[in-house]
Design a protein around this ligand. Structure first.
Ligand code: PMP
Length: 334
C-alpha cells in the first residue's frame, strides 16, 4: 500500500459536474479500529461535489419532477432546508438552469446560508421560535411559497420517495460492487431516512442476511419508536442532519433491523478522531455513525465479516462547531 494516487480514477471527461456524483470511495479504517478483528470500511460521501451524501438526491428529486411534468424550464425549486439537501438541490439547479428558494430557521449558522447563496439560491431566514404550525415556521413558509409561485415545486425531502429511491439505485449497488458482495453489516444514520432505507433495501434484496443498523442521536425519537412502536419524549441535541422529533415517510422502518442511541459527545469525539487519525475530515453525523460501527464490529468479532458505515458530509461545515475547542468546551463536550 504505497501508491500515491488512486488507480484508474476519472479517466474520461464528464459533460457536467452532476455526472461526478456518487461512486464515492470505500475506505478501510486502520487506526481507530485498533484491537478490533472485524474489518470496518467507510463510504466517504464528502467526495461528492457538494460535499455530502445529499448530492445524490438533488438531481433525483429534480429529474422525477421533470418526468412527471411538474417542473418545466425556468422553474423554481423550493425547500425548507439550510443544510446539505439545499446544496444538493442548488448544485443540480445551477447546472440545469432552475432557480432555488430555501427557507431556513434563524438558528442556522451564517456560513450555511452563505454557502447556499454562493450557488445562486435565494435564502429566506425565518424565526426559530415559532410553533410548527405558525405561518412563519420555515416548513410552512416553504410550502406556501411553492404553492404561490408559478412553475414551482416543493422538493419535500421527508416525504418524496425519489429520495430513498436515489439510494436504492446508487449507494446500494455501489456498496454491493465495492465489497464484491461481502458486506455483512450496514451502519448509517437517519435524518430523512433516505440513505439507510434505499441503501438497506437494495442490499437486503441481494442478501437478506445483511444487518442494517441505524445510529440515532440521544434526543431523537427513531430508536425508541423502532423498539416500542411509540414516539416517546424527544429533547434537543447538537449533531446536525440526523434524528427527528417526528416520523417521515422516507424512513422505511421495516428495512432497519435496529436503531441504537449515541450521544453528542461520543459522536463529536469520533468525528475528530476520524480526521486526526484516519485523515477523513467529516461532520458530526459521521462520528455518530462510526461510533456505532465500531461497537458493532467489536460485538461481531469476526475477521470474515465486513462492516460498512456511511460518512455523510465534510467537516468543513463544522469548523466553528465541533472542530472549535472553545465551542466544544462551551457545550461541555471536552
Ligand atoms: N448526516 C448529515 C450531516 C445530513 O445532512 C443528513 C441528511 N439530512 C444525514 C446525515 C442523514 O441522511 P438521510 O436524510 O438520507 O437520512
Amino acid at each position: 500500500m504505497n501508491q500515491v494516487t488512486a488507480p484508474m480514477r476519472h479517466q474520461k471527461a464528464y459533460d457536467n459536474v452532476l455526472q461526478t456524483i456518487g461512486w464515492t470511495p470505500l475506505i478501510r479504517l486502520n487506526r481507530v479500529t485498533e484491537g478490533i478483528r472485524t474489518p470496518v470500511y467507510v463510504k466517504a460521501e464528502f467526495f461528492n461535489p457538494g460535499g455530502s451524501v445529499k448530492d445524490r438526491i438533488g438531481p433525483a428529486i429534480i429529474e422525477a419532477a421533470e418526468r412527471e411534468g411538474r417542473l418545466k424550464p425556468g422553474g423554481v425549486i423550493v425547500e425548507g432546508t439550510s443544510g446539505n439537501t439545499g446544496v444538493g438541490l442548488a448544485l443540480a439547479a445551477a447546472v440545469k438552469g432552475y432557480r432555488c428558494i430555501f427557507t431556513s430557521p434563524d438558528k442556522m449558522s451564517r456560513e450555511k446560508v452563505k454557502l447556499l447563496e454562493a450557488f445562486g439560491a435565494e435564502v429566506i431566514v425565518t424565526p426559530t421560535a415559532v410553533p410548527p404550525d405558525h405561518p412563519d415556521n420555515y416548513v410552512m413558509m416553504a410550502r406556501r411559497i411553492a404553492e404561490e409561485t408559478p412553475n414551482a415545486i416543493l422538493a419535500n425531502q421527508f416525504y418524496n420517495q425519489a429520495n430513498p429511491e436515489a439510494h436504492y439505485r446508487s449507494t446500494g449497488p455501489e456498496l454491493w460492487e465495492q465489497t464484491e458482495g461481502r458486506i455483512t453489516h450496514l451502519v448509517a444514520s437517519a435524518g430523512t431516512g433516505g440513505t439507510i432505507s434505499g441503501t438497506g433495501k437494495y442490499l437486503k434484496e441481494r442478501n437478506p442476511a445483511i444487518r442494517v443498523i441505524g445510529a440515532d442521536p440521544d434526543g431523537s425519537v427513531y430508536a425508541n419508536y423502532k423498539r416500542t412502536g411509540e414516539l416517546g419524549e424527544d429533547h434537543p441535541y447538537k449533531v446536525e442532519g440526523v434524528g427527528n422529533d417526528k416520523l417521515p415517510e422516507t424512513l422505511w422502518f421495516d428495512v432497519v433491523d435496529e436503531f441504537r442511541t449515541i450521544t453528542d459527545k461520543d459522536a463529536f469525539d469520533m468525528a475528530r478522531r476520524l480526521t486526526r487519525e484516519e485523515g477523513l475530515f467529516v461532520g458530526g453525523s459521521a462520528g455518530l455513525i462510526a461510533t456505532l460501527a465500531l461497537q458493532v464490529a467489536r460485538e461481531v468479532d469476526d475477521p470474515d465479516a465486513l462492516v460498512v458505515c456511511i460518512l455523510p458530509d465534510t467537516g468543513e461545515r463544522y469548523l466553528s462547531k465541533l472542530y472549535d475547542d472553545e465551542w466544544m468546551r462551551d457545550n461541555d463536550m471536552m
